[in-house]
Design a protein around this ligand. Structure first.
Ligand SMILES: Cc1ncc(COP(=O)(O)O)c(C=O)c1O
Length: 427
């Protein structure tokens, strides 16, 4: 099973489907074999930990939830009102596949404000950022080719790379370098088969960012080796030490080979609305629109009306959320700094800390998943073992500080006391 008492694991696509879905039904005696490509995709550990936490909570346990990357902040009232007004007005029929013009215009204006040459014609709205990531992979990755992805990184990138028949090649994000991409390491991994480079900054799971000079060097590589770039900027407004995130799409020559992915889930805490978008090279827009027509027809119009309100209305809720997250970032780093055997670079964006716990692994003989499982089962704090984010994350935890303030406060105390108790017991 995907979760049990001893270890938290990412569900494997090779498990029977009913097991992956948590059903207790016995497997039927015979069924047709599913398409072999289904065995290439894998899920997100966060959703497993969440369901195990729910089981423990149903048993009366109090769990401090630091596993899920979802802002526990209210959606601003003017956004809620825009969605409900649209519903009252009956704005709930099919709409244009690429999205309604007013939203595409507002998105283009927002991107223009970041120095990106964006016209509304090149914006495609999707139900969440994830579908745009899928479409970007389907549109650019050739079977048998190689895709450069961050390691550690968002688990959906290697999963989709395999799903489209290509090979993921991880480039290293090093804690000693505040988890910024290392241009020389990326360059060393480019081969004749490399087609696509995936960037994600601010970064899930490390909270690392990328500076303008590094982006310029990465852009040079993409141009020299004729690569597509998929840049996932979903955390672009959640930054703590600067005002904004530079985008590779703003650099000369890059717009025609870059798909920029962003959305409303993190910035506006609109995870359940499902609203995202891509800024797409002009020449690729018709093909991508055909993918949209094949995949989901259109994004719900009343949700798009909420998106217009989000982008064009007051931004106070965003500012106060980021200010609160900045305070928490400082508290999390300070608290982790007091725990022996834990080393945590300071996240500069997103809402994750990615502390290295290799000293605790060496001292206790327990892996990161085993430690995470003990922390959940015995000490009531849910966090993610870093191995779910790639080989380079094997000695780390991902701690989300986007949940409730109580969860963050209690969770940090439980991590400290829990790790001390585990270390004493295994000594
Ligand atoms: C790096 C990254 N990209 C994309 C997404 C998906 O965003 P959405 O909820 O808009 O589909 C997430 C969500 O966790 C993420 O961390």
């Amino acid at each position: 099973m995907a979760t049990n008492n001893s270890e938290i694991a990412v569900p494997l696509a090779t498990e029977p489907l009913h097991a992956a879905h948590g059903s207790r039904r016995d497997a039927p005696a015979h069924h047709p074999a599913p398409a072999s490509r289904l065995a290439t995709i894998s899920g997100e550990g966060a959703l497993d930990v969440l369901s195990r936490s729910a089981v423990l909570e149903a048993q009366g346990r109090d769990i401090a939830q630091l596993a899920i990357g979802e802002p526990h902040f209210a959606v601003a009232p003017h956004i809620v009102e825009a969605a409900t007004a649209a519903l009252r007005e009956g704005d709930a029929r099919y709409g244009p596949p690429a999205g309604i013009a007013a939203l595409r215009g507002a998105i283009a204006a927002t991107l223009g404000g970041r120095g990106i040459d964006a016209s509304a014609d090149d914006v495609i709205v999707t139900p969440g950022a994830k579908p745009m990531v899928l479409y970007a992979f389907l549109a650019t990755v050739e079977p048998g080719s190689e895709v450069l992805i961050p390691d550690p990184g968002f688990p959906i990138y290697p999963s989709l790379t395999r799903f489209v028949g290509a090979n993921p090649v991880g480039y290293r994000l090093d804690p000693a370098n505040a988890y910024t991409p290392d241009v020389d390491d990326i360059a060393a991994r480019i081969t004749a088969r490399t087609r696509v480079l995936v960037l994600n900054a601010p970064h899930n799971p490390t909270g690392g960012s990328v500076d303008a000079r590094t982006l310029e060097k990465i852009a040079e590589l993409a141009l020299r080796h004729d690569l597509f770039v998929i840049t996932d900027e979903i955390y672009g407004r959640v930054v703590y030490d600067t005002d904004s995130t530079p985008s590779i799409a703003a650099l000369p020559g890059l717009r025609d080979r870059t798909i920029l992915v962003d959305g409303f889930s993190k910035t506006y805490a609109m995870t359940g609305y499902r609203l995202g978008y891509g800024l797409v090279p002009h020449w690729l827009v018709p093909r991508l629109n055909t993918l949209v027509v094949n995949g989901h027809t259109c994004t719900p119009p009343f949700v798009q009306r909420a998106g217009i309100a989000a982008l064009t209305g007051p931004q106070d809720a965003v500012r106060s959320m980021v200010a609160e997250l900045r305070r928490r970032r400082d508290d999390v780093v300070a608290a982790l700094g007091t725990i022996s055997g834990v080393r945590s670079p300071k996240p500069s964006g997103a809402f994750y800390a990615f502390p290295d716990v290799s000293e605790i692994i060496a001292a206790t003989g327990l892996s990161a998943p085993q430690l995470a499982s003990r922390l959940l089962e015995e000490h009531g704090v849910a966090l993610l073992p870093g191995n779910g984010f790639g080989a380079a994350g094997a000695s780390s935890f991902r701690i989300s500080f986007a949940g409730t303030a109580d969860a963050v406060r209690n969770g940090l105390a439980r991590i400290a006391s829990g790790l001390a108790a585990i270390a004493t017991r295994t000594a």
